[in-house]
Structures are given as structure tokens and as C-alpha cells.
Design a protein around this ligand. Structure first.
Ligand code: AMP
Ligand code: TRP
Length: 334
């Protein structure tokens, strides 16, 4: 009952593979903390994963389970939060259709992510263009107050607010306008090899990206060989993107302020500082890695978690969709 009074959070990460340190520090680590203060819907946006074909359907099924195991290993708690797969709750795609009908198509063509992802592609599916509307539906279906995402997703949450407002004005007051929630430190974790770029799964240089569940000796090596500048001193500066990135990573992983890290490591040389960053990252990740290994072997447990999350989410989704269909002039929902 108590849950009813909490503000609502909706968020998810695409099951395109294994989490990297950017996904964790920029997103999931914060979700873990927020779940005790908010009612949280942490879902797996597997329909979004169809927007960049070609993909392998069997792989998508596997990564959906893997993503859930990663959520759990990162501390998302199925007793506290609702964990489910987007494709299993009826309502996401239906609401997307409704929202799509009130949005001028030009606004979709102007989205930064669409422009980036459609560049130099032989095939650009309509789904890629439609992606932000499906995301808006994910959020509005549960009347989210707050959407924790990395900086790169902020524009999508702004579009969601715009859509909610349009709907409310066109029909009548229905949706809450959700706020994006961006963490300051580590809102953007950068590549270890090119610290002017964000850390990303698709980076061709694998040494730039730390995966959460890769062997710890590989993690150690990657951090030790992170690109830094030729100067010295452990402090953040636009001229020192490499060191700044490492400072922010250490601050994020140890829950300390950037200023405290600068103070603490003042006299260190780059080599020693990198060693400390590597050790702190590994110490933090080790228990999570162990938990992931156990979970990924137990598919029936993972399935049971998804079933429970789906049942809860479906009830909420039905409530919202009945209201929406009534307002837009359908005879009944379902
Ligand atoms: P993606 O892997 O792009 O599906 O992103 C999943 C979540 O992680 C989203 O909330 C992103 O904004 C966040 N994220 C992805 N890459 C980074 C990064 N390098 N730094 C911080 N957050 C990130
Ligand atoms: N677009 C998000 C990403 O790439 C994933 C996502 C889909 C999402 N639907 C969402 C995030 C709703 C928050 C809320 O990370």
C-alpha cells in the first residue's frame, strides 16, 4: 500500500549486450539507490532493440535474460522494484501509436540520436525514426514523475514531456509531465582510449571500454593503459580529458566528490593514480561479477522474476490504456 504514495520512476537500458562502466555509473548504479525512495519500473526495452537491423533474434532472447541478470547483479531488487520486459506488457506499442498521431514528423527527424544512428546507413527502418515515441509511451504508460537516464537520452525525455503536454491539451489532463534525472558526476563516462568520446559498446577500440562482467585482469590492463596527457597533476581540466575521466570514474565508483578525489590524490603521478583507479573499480565489481555468474545459469529464476514484474506492470498499463482509449474516441480497451 505504501508504494502507492511514492513518486514513480520508469527507466530501462537496451539489451544490446553487456553493460559497460558508462551504463553503470551513468545509469544503473543510480537506479539502485533510487529504488528505495521511488516506486520503480525498471524494464528491458527489447522492442527498441529491433530498431537497428540486422540483429539475430536468438541473440536478442539471450541478451534479454542477460540484461535482467545484469540488473539484478547491479543491485536492482525484485522485491522492491518492478522488473519486466517491454514486449510482454500490452500497452507500450498501443500507446506509441496514439502518441505518434499527435506528433509532427519533423520533430522526429530533428532528434540527435536519429541523425547519428541513421548516418551512412544503407537501410534506415521507420522504427529508428519512431523510437522516441515508443520511449515516450514506456514512460507515460506508468505516469512516471522522473526518468533517470544518461545525458544522451535527455532529448528523448524532453520529447516525452512535449507529447504529454500535447495530449493533455488536445484531449484532457491525463499524463504527468516527467522530469529527466541526470546525475552530475559521470553523467558521461568517456572512452579510456579517446577521452573526448563517450564510452560506448560499439567502440571499435575495445580497450576504450570497460565491460562490467569482463575478467578483472583485462579491466586492470585497460585502466593502466588509459590515454592521458603529457603533463602531471591529478585535477580536472578541459586540457586533461583523460585524467578528468579517470577522476570522475573513481568518484563515481567510490561515491565521493570529484574535489575530494583531487585532494586525496594530489601528489600522485599518473601511473600510481591509474593503479588506484583500477583497484577501486575491480574491488567494486568483483562481488557483482560473482552474482552475475550465478544468476545467468538460473533461467527459471529469471523467468519467474519477469513473470511477476509483467503481472504488476500489466495491471497499471491496462488502467492507463483504458483511460487513453476512452479519451481518444475508441469504444473500449481490449
Ligand atoms: P545504452 O547502452 O546506450 O542503451 O544506454 C543505457 C543507459 O546508459 C542510458 O541511460 C545511457 O544514457 C547510459 N549511458 C550509455 N553510455 C554512457 C556513458 N558513456 N556515460 C554515461 N552514461 C551512459
Ligand atoms: N532509449 C533508452 C536508451 O537507449 C532506453 C529506453 C527505452 C528508455 N525506453 C525508455 C529509458 C524509457 C528510459 C525510459 O538507453
Amino acid at each position: 500500500m505504501e508504494k502507492e504514495h511514492k513518486q514513480i520512476i520508469v527507466t530501462g537500458a537496451q539489451p544490446t549486450g553487456m553493460f559497460h562502466l558508462g551504463n553503470y555509473l551513468g545509469a544503473v548504479k543510480n537506479w539502485q539507490r533510487l529504488q528505495y525512495d521511488y516506486e520503480c519500473f525498471f524494464f528491458i526495452p527489447n522492442l527498441h532493440s529491433m530498431t537497428c537491423p540486422p540483429y539475430v533474434p536468438a541473440e536478442l532472447r539471450k541478451t534479454t535474460y542477460s540484461l535482467l541478470a545484469q540488473y539484478l547483479a547491479c543491485g536492482l531488487d525484485p522485491k522492491v522494484s518492478h522488473l519486466f520486459a517491454q514486449s510482454e506488457v500490452i500497452g507500450h506499442t498501443e500507446l506509441a501509436w496514439v502518441l505518434g498521431c499527435i506528433l509532427p514528423v519533423g520533430q522526429l527527424f530533428r532528434m540527435t540520436q536519429f541523425k547519428a544512428k541513421s548516418q551512412d546507413k544503407d537501410f534506415v527502418g521507420s522504427g529508428l525514426l519512431y523510437y522516441p515515441i515508443l520511449m515516450a509511451a514506456d514512460i507515460l504508460l506508468y505516469n512516471a514523475d522522473c526518468v533517470p537516464v544518461g545525458e544522451d537520452q535527455k532529448q528523448h525525455v524532453e520529447l516525452t514531456r512535449d507529447l504529454a503536454q500535447r495530449f493533455n491539451q488536445t484531449f484532457s489532463e491525463t499524463f504527468v509531465l516527467p522530469e529527466p534525472y541526470i546525475m552530475k558526476t559521470c553523467a558521461r563516462v568517456h572512452s579510456l582510449q579517446d577521452p573526448t568520446k563517450k564510452m560506448s559498446k560499439s567502440d571499435a577500440n575495445k580497450n576504450g571500454t570497460i565491460l562490467l562482467f569482463e575478467p578483472v585482469d583485462a579491466i586492470y590492463k585497460k585502466i593502466k593503459s588509459a590515454v592521458t596527457d603529457s603533463g602531471s597533476g591529478i585535477f580536472c581540466s578541459p586540457e586533461k580529458p583523460g585524467i578528468t575521466n579517470l577522476i570522475e570514474i573513481l568518484a563515481g565508483i567510490t561515491d565521493r566528490r570529484v574535489e575530494d578525489i583531487e585532494d586525496l590524490y594530489k601528489g600522485y603521478n599518473y601511473g600510481d593514480f591509474k593503479r588506484c583507479v583500477a583497484e577501486a573499480v575491480i574491488e567494486h565489481l568483483k562481488p557483482m561479477q560473482k552474482r552475475y555468474e550465478e544468476l545467468i545459469k538460473d533461467q527459471s529464476y529469471l523467468r519467474a522474476i519477469l513473470d511477476e514484474g509483467k503481472a504488476f506492470a500489466q495491471e497499471r498499463a491496462n488502467r492507463m490504456m483504458s483511460k487513453v482509449y476512452r479519451k481518444v474516441g475508441m469504444l473500449q480497451y481490449g
